[in-house]
Design a binder for this molecule. Structure first.
Ligand code: UDP
Length: 468
């Protein structure tokens, strides 16, 4: 009988990308198994996901195959983004057991790996793991959520400045908790609470980080300090795992890609600050203007990806900005090949929204960062970046994140100018650069198979557990 590993992404496009990459990584190391990816209905990103699968499946077939779960019917058309995600997870879930049974008719499923769902008991005979694609600090906070839930009676959003003491993390403000758990009145809060509790039922947590990057958070999780009522499943740190820019369907055209790279080729080594804010990072018109003025005044070379609707973005930039900065700056609308850019030798700094994939890419290429968190779990990631990993400086100072960070104010041009200049020219930037280069080396070491690198070993241990 064929041997396969089944992967089940949550109903969001980036979960699908993570799973495909994880599948490719498994196959790079073990050619005697196949990968079967369960494709759930993804009401939010159906067409994007389909075109992505179509674009890659001919290259991956037959080693990675896609098993489509039956279509689901949303109970209402007016649900919020978060509620749609929860509903899809619930509705897809009844089809998962049947899918596993069907696959088992022709293949032996060695393990089942899932991203975000609260059920870890889909099948009694198949070991089930979770793949957590964010940092260990965020995992520590999620694991500790039931404890915080019992300690505190109100929502985190109602006392944003009060400090939380989460094992493995420096004290963090309540407002820094991941966006979905800020308000305990919302269904998504309960979803995460259940997710946290049910994690202990999984056979292990696979996470895209590495031992050296997050020593404190990893130690706290492994010691069991984050779970006060239950057990912590074994943690397998297998990072850094990054997606090649060309394998990511985000809409980067070959023209944009080559424009960026040709422009970077003509810039001096380490001279360019790259600004990019993930798949959802847009700014208000006043904020765009302040960034532009700050960049112009900083006198640094820059490559800036502006996601605002392209016509609006151009109109919102200060008059004459593009013309005045054309010798040393490039503004790209919408999407750029980020991981390739971060690996380019002209890039010397990165202003990031702290999305975990972006962080892992910057760490892999040794690029120091300015942390400008915007949404999701990025505020918590930013704390880890600045205080634990020490590869970034914060954009917000003195608690500004409570106003500016939640969209009520703007970061001034003076601040942008000062931070960018400090990152590229200052002593703080120099220290971050040295630390980032050390981290790059440690990232490579983690995957070194001759020296027993930590991630390589963790990954090999998984194969032993799965008896491949
Ligand atoms: N990305 C890209 N070009 C862009 C913006 C983003 O290639 O212009 C990629 C980036 O390299 C990363 C992913 O999209 O791999 C964004 O993931 P992340 O977790 O950082 O942020 P999210 O989009 O989930 O907020």
């Amino acid at each position: 009988m064929k041997k396969t590993i089944a992967l089940y992404p949550g109903p969001a496009f980036h979960h699908m990308i993570s799973m495909v990459e994880l599948g490719k990584l498994i196959l790079q190391h073990r050619s005697d198994v196949s990968i079967t990816i369960l494709v759930p209905s993804m009401p939010l990103e159906e067409s994007k996901t389909c075109s992505y699968i179509n674009s890659i499946s001919h290259r991956l077939n037959p080693i990675i195959s896609f098993y489509y779960l039956p279509a689901i019917q949303m109970p209402s058309e007016t649900l919020s983004r978060a509620d749609i995600a929860i509903e899809s997870i619930k509705l897809n879930s009844s089809n998962v057991f049947q899918a596993l049974e069907n696959i088992s008719l022709t293949s032996k499923i060695l393990s089942f790996i899932i991203t975000s769902t609260t059920s870890f008991s889909y099948h009694p005979n198949i070991p089930t793991y979770t793949y957590f694609n964010s940092c260990a600090s965020t995992l520590a906070a999620i694991l500790y959520l039931p404890t915080l839930h019992n300690q505190i009676t109100s929502s985190f959003k109602d006392h944003p400045s009060s400090l939380l003491f989460i094992p493995g993390l420096p004290p963090v403000k309540s407002s820094f908790m991941p966006e979905p758990v800020l308000d305990r009145q919302k269904p998504i809060y309960d979803f995460f609470l259940n997710y946290s509790t049910s994690l202990s039922k999984s056979n292990g947590i696979i996470i895209n980080t590495f031992d050296f990057l997050e020593q404190q958070a990893i130690k706290a999780i492994v010691n069991g300090d984050c779970v006060t009522n239950g057990t912590t499943p074994p943690l397998h740190c297998i990072g850094p795992l990054i997606v090649d820019a060309k394998d990511r369907a985000g809409g980067v055209s070959d023209d944009v890609s080559s424009d960026c790279l040709t422009w970077l080729d003509s810039q001096p080594s380490g001279s360019v600050v790259f600004l990019c804010f993930g798949s959802r990072g847009t700014f208000s018109a006043p904020q765009l203007k302040e960034i532009a003025i700050g960049l112009e005044r900083s006198n640094q070379r820059f490559l800036w990806v502006v996601r605002n609707p392209s016509n609006a973005a151009e109109a919102e930039l200060p008059e004459g900005f593009l013309e005045r900065t054309k010798e040393r700056g490039l503004v790209v609308k919408s999407w750029a090949p980020q991981s390739t850019i971060l690996g380019h030798e002209s890039v010397g700094g990165f202003v990031t929204h702290c999305g975990w994939s972006s962080v892992v890419e910057a760490v892999t290429y040794g690029v120091p960062m300015i942390a400008w968190p915007l949404y999701a779990e990025q505020f918590l990631n930013s704390v880890a970046l600045v205080q634990e990993m020490k590869v970034a400086m914060p954009m917000f100072l003195n608690g500004e994140e409570e106003t500016i960070g939640n969209g009520e104010g703007v970061v001034s041009a003076e601040r942008v100018e000062e931070r960018v200049r400090e990152l590229m020219m200052g002593s703080e930037g120099k220290a971050l650069r040295e630390r980032s280069l050390e981290m790059r080396m440690m990232a490579a070491t983690a995957w070194n198979n001759n020296d027993g690198g930590s991630s390589f070993t963790a990954f090999s241990n998984l194969f032993d557990l799965w008896q491949i």
